[in-house]
Structures are given as C-alpha cells and as structure tokens.
Design a protein around this ligand. Structure first.
Ligand code: GUN
Ligand code: ZN
Length: 440
C-alpha cells in the first residue's frame, strides 16, 4: 500500500496575497487532509471528504499541527556549511579571510560527500525541501551535492562555481576548464531525476571577461538551465566590479553585456541598484534574491522590496548560508520582516509564507511541481508546530487568528518547529543524520 493521508490543518497558497487578510490568496482546511500516492499529491481538502474515497490509505494524524508545502530556498552555498558565523568582516574581507579558505577543503571528495549529506539533512530539518545552491569550483563537489540530493529524493538546483581571478590559485578554474566542467556536469546531472543545473559564474569580480564570454556561451547552449550570480551586495564590491568592466554602464550592465539576464537568472542581494538597473531586471524577467540574514550579518545593507515592486521586477527570498546565519526559512522571514519594517515597509504573515513557498516556486518557474499543495504536484511537505518551545506555547495561548499564529511561528520558530518533513511523500525526519563524525 503506498497511499498516505496526512491529516492536520492544511494551508497552501494559490496567489500572492494583496492585503494583510486577503483570504482569496490561500486555501485553509481546519480539519484537512493531503492524499499522497507514489510521491505525488492526489487530493487536498477536508478530511471528511477525502478519507472515505481513500479508505485503503495509511493515515498519519498531524493534528493540531499545520501542513504546508515544503519551503524553498533560492540562494545558498553548500561549501559554506561550516563557515556560518565567521566573525567581524564585510563581504570582500569575509570572502578572503574565511570563505576562500573553507572552500579549498572541497578538493577532497570525502569532505565534499560528508558536507553534502549534512547540508541536505540540515535543509530538511528546517523544513526546506528544495534549494538553489552554489557548489565549490571543484567538479566533484557537484557530484557530491546531486548524489546527496538524489539519495534523499530532493528536487535541488545547483552548479559548480566558476571563478578564474581574484581568488587563491587552488580555487581558480580557467575560462576553458570552467566551460568544459560545466558542460560535462550539465550532461551528467541536468534532468536526472529531480536535479536541475545552475550555470554559476560567482560574480563579476572573480570572472574575467573571457570567463563571462564562456558563461554566455553556456547560457546560449543550455537555455534549459538556471543561471546564478551575485549583484550589488556591498559598496566596495560594486566599486571593484565596475572598475574591472569600465565600459559597462553599471554593475547590472556587466551581466547584461554578456546576455546573462533572463527569466532563469537568479541574482543574489541586489541592494544598491539604481532605478535603471531594476528596470533592466524587470524587462529581462530576472529575479532579485533577497537574503535578509546575510545582508544584516555581513553589514551589507537593506533590500528595498518596494522599489522592486513599483518597477515590476521579480523577487525571491533566500538564506544565503554561510553569509546567512540560519538554514531556517522561518528565521529568514523573521529577519526579512525586520529589514522591511525598519524601512517603513510591511510584510504580512500571509505574504511571508507565500514567499517561502509558492512565491519562490514561481521565481524558479517550478510552480506546477513544488511550492503548493495541489493535485498532481510533488508531495514535498512540511508539518509545523507553533508551540514547539515553551515560550511559543505560552504566546500561542493569546493568539486568536491564523495570521497571528503564522507570525508567532515565524518570529519565534526555527528547526524545532518542524515536526515532520516529507520528500516525494516519504517522511524524512527520522532519517536525518546529526551524528556522523567529520570526514576530511
Ligand atoms: N559574492 C560572491 N561570492 C559570495 C558569497 O559566497 N557569499 C556572498 N554573500 N556574497 C558573495
Ligand atoms: Zn551568495
């Protein structure tokens, strides 16, 4: 028997909420059920309606917890798992002092395999079932990443970072080897099971014009792949990047000049863009990725969501581990709320949960597969406990609405609030490893 009914309070979005209590944006079933078969969602609705038509299904009773689509993280770095919380530096110094040292460890396939497994498990412990990550410059790190995802059945996006200057020798590829390795990895992984490849020139500072040309060729030859890079995160970075490409109008124009922008492009940070640059992102349908914990931790700046909105540009949200300080999308949205609040911008609880699920799925063009609980979609599901900590339980005693509960869960919750997580219909929590000793 492979039919499963998950019973609980079911919440899923169908649209982006346009106001704080926009009830047309979501479906909520107080005594709800998700019927799962062979890794897919067969039905979603009232338990009383679904149970009789699936009498042969195994029932897992998650009441009173909330059942939602698994969270999606649109930007993080798998080789930085053990470099989170590195003290005291802003972007360029932080990269040179900590990150470029840490990423060299991934020349060891044993180390890459070990961290890849722990990285996937950490995502799952936090309720994240799909993510877009940078691997290291080493080809084998991509094999480690997609193998670990495949072992768990996860829909993951990623790619080998390309970088051929302004980094230690041991982390530099060349325009040709970056191209060749990326081609080979796309052939090996893109479309295998649930894997998607992301062509990944790190940023303008670490790629020569020749490597940008090779990236352009890769994007032209593989329009099916994602593209990811970093844009306008820090003022020193912007000055350095634009000095390396003096004929570009601005930082965005560097990437535009190599035809890298488009609806598959994910641009991390985008903090200091001019209206012109945001308009170019809007015209090309590129996605600006808001990384609140990272932007605060690295002292980078504040993402101005409302300017992206008013100029019609697409956005998504992400942890950016290890510049980001948590794998938890709940903690990430708690910081997003604060980043926007301090600028006089509002982020409603419903808008937050939309962003972590359907919003991020739409940013990836994967909304027919992940990000919502819908018939025919993949059964990637998170079960959330709003009373997971004593202080949350106390606070929840005074909550009277779903919006209030969601906000408490986001503001006070973390991995402890994830009661269960399903990947393609399989419960994963009991399989998560936190005990394997370090492998070098
Ligand atoms: N810009 C280029 N590389 C990185 C990185 O690894 N992290 C962050 N936050 N910004 C970057
Ligand atoms: Zn990043």
């Amino acid at each position: 028997m492979n039919k499963l009914i998950l019973r609980g309070r079911v919440l899923t979005f169908v649209e982006e909420p346009t106001s704080i209590d926009d009830q047309s944006a979501y479906n909520y079933f107080e005594d709800g059920a998700v019927l799962v078969e062979d890794g897919k969602i067969v039905d979603v609705g009232e338990y009383a309606a679904i149970a009789p038509v699936a009498a042969d299904a195994k029932i897992v009773d998650h009441r009173p917890n909330l059942i939602m689509p698994g969270f999606i993280d649109t930007h993080l770095h798998f080789p930085q798992t053990q470099a989170i919380a590195s003290y005291g530096a802003q972007l360029l110094e932080w990269l040179n002092t900590y990150i470029f040292v840490e990423e060299q460890k991934f020349s060891s396939t044993a180390h890459a395999d070990f961290i890849a497994g722990r990285f996937m498990d950490e995502l799952l412990r936090n309720g994240t079932t799909s993510a877009v990550a940078y691997c290291s410059v080493h080809r084998e790190s991509v094999d480690a990443y997609f193998t670990a995802a495949e072992q768990r059945g996860m829909l993951m996006i990623g790619g080998k970072v390309m970088m051929d200057r302004n980094a230690p020798d041991a982390l530099r590829d060349t325009p040709q080897s970056g191209y060749d390795d990326t081609k080979a990895l796309i052939a090996k992984w893109h479309g295998r099971g649930r894997a998607h490849y992301a062509i990944s020139p790190r940023f303008a500072i670490t790629s020569t014009p020749r490597q940008m040309e090779m990236s352009q060729a890769l994007v032209r030859e593989h329009p099916e792949c994602y593209v990811q890079t970093h844009l306008s995160e820090n003022r020193d970075e912007i000055a350095f990047a634009t000095s390396l490409y003096p004929s570009a109008k601005d930082y965005t124009d560097i990437y535009a000049g190599y035809c890298l922008l488009g609806e598959k492009m994910l641009l991390g940070h985008c903090i200091f863009l001019s209206d012109r640059e945001i308009s170019v992102l809007a015209e090309t349908k590129s996605v600006a990725v808001f990384c609140p914990t990272s932007n605060l931790f690295l002292g980078s700046g504040l993402f101005d969501r409302d300017r992206f909105r008013s100029l019609g540009a697409r956005i998504s949200v992400a942890t950016d581990v290890g510049g980001g300080t948590s794998f938890s999308m709940l903690e990430t949205m708690s910081e997003a709320y604060k980043v926007l609040h301090v600028q006089g911008q509002r982020l409603s609880p419903f808008a937050s949960y939309y962003m972590m699920t359907l919003g991020n799925a739409r940013a990836l063009g994967l909304e027919d597969r992940i990000g919502s609980l819908r018939t025919g979609g993949d059964a990637d599901i998170v079960v959330l406990d709003s009373k997971a900590k004593p202080a949350m339980e106390l606070r929840m005693r005074t909550a009277t609405t779903l919006a209030e509960e969601l906000f408490i869960l986001q503001t006070m919750g973390d991995d402890r609030s994830v009661a269960e997580v399903y990947v393609a219909g399989k419960p994963m929590k009991s399989r998560i490893d936190t005990a394997t000793p370090q492998v070098k």
